[in-house]
Design a binder for this molecule. Sequence first.
Ligand code: FES
Ligand code: FES
Length: 197
Amino acid sequence: MSDDKGDVSRRDFLKTVGVAAAVTSAVQASAAQAGPAAIGPGDVPITLTINGQRHQLSVEPRVTLLDAMRTRLDITGQKRVCDRGACGACTVIIDGRTYYSCSMLAIEAQGRNIRTVDGLAKGNALHPVQQAFCDHDGLMCGFCTPGFVMATVALLEKNANPTPEQAKRALDGNLCRCGTNIGVLKAALSAKGVTRG
Ligand code: FES
Ligand code: FES
């Protein structure tokens, strides 16, 4: 009696496992069908809007926004220094917020308004922040400068008269190895006439 019960129980168990496995496979197959289409690893066409201009290009999905701009589009204002989100030299403004372009994929930046230091000057007239950096010796070798300038622009577009503490906090994602921080801070506190870009 107990053997019969055991046999029935084993058969039921095996049936249950079989059904569960079939259901799991079906669910996985349908999830795979419903998920986003795989892209890459080869080049894919993308469109980026940078400094108000639309650019169509093809890049592998692994390419960062910084590399796409610098090596494919010849937009070289933002610098590649650490390439790992530690120094801020690659800082861009996207939809009003600062981002490290070395730490964002180019395909992620589609459909967004990307701004770099290349788009700040109007002809020969420097942007007020660029002028303030010159006036206050906010640069030496210049590798960090485009990132600092964009971080400062983003700050002043939100807050035209920051306190020193607010400016320090807004710029604390950027590093200068030449030690221009005092000049950068003076520039950020003195630049006037920054309007929303
Ligand atoms: S180059 Fe992007 S944070 Fe340093
Ligand atoms: S000016 Fe040289 S790293 Fe800042």
